[in-house]
Design a protein around this ligand. Structure first.
Ligand code: ZN
Length: 112
């Protein structure tokens, strides 16, 4: 077995170990599911990388887990569609309300 020739002092040992600290992992958001992902890596939760499906995430899961994930995905999709519908409704309301208000204001201005 190899042995060190001379004893290292505490200071020398500590100086060597001063570079051993772990760095904090750099994380970005996944474009598809908004979960934290390492940059230049495919997302492990949805399997997408730069808008392309790279990994089939559901393949490794058992049937029960697969059904659970599909249920969650469906719920999120319905939520999104409901939010979009709300936005469209609000926009249509705004567009329908604006001209009427303008006309009323004009009338008020002319009467005064
Ligand atoms: Zn993702």
């Amino acid at each position: 077995m190899p042995h060190p020739k001379k004893r290292k002092t505490k200071a020398g040992r500590n100086q060597r170990r001063s570079h051993h600290a772990l760095e904090k992992a750099v994380l970005t958001k996944c474009e598809k599911c908004q979960k934290p992902v390492r940059p230049h890596y495919a997302c492990s939760s949805c399997g997408y990388y730069k808008k392309n499906k790279v990994i089939d995430v559901l393949k490794k899961l058992s049937k029960k887990d697969r059904k659970k994930v599909e249920k969650v995905n469906k719920k999120e999709e319905t939520k999104k569609t409901k939010q979009e519908e709300k936005k469209i409704k609000e926009e249509t309301k705004k567009t329908t309300e604006k001209p009427e208000n303008n006309i009323e204001k004009q009338f008020n201005n002319t009467t005064i």
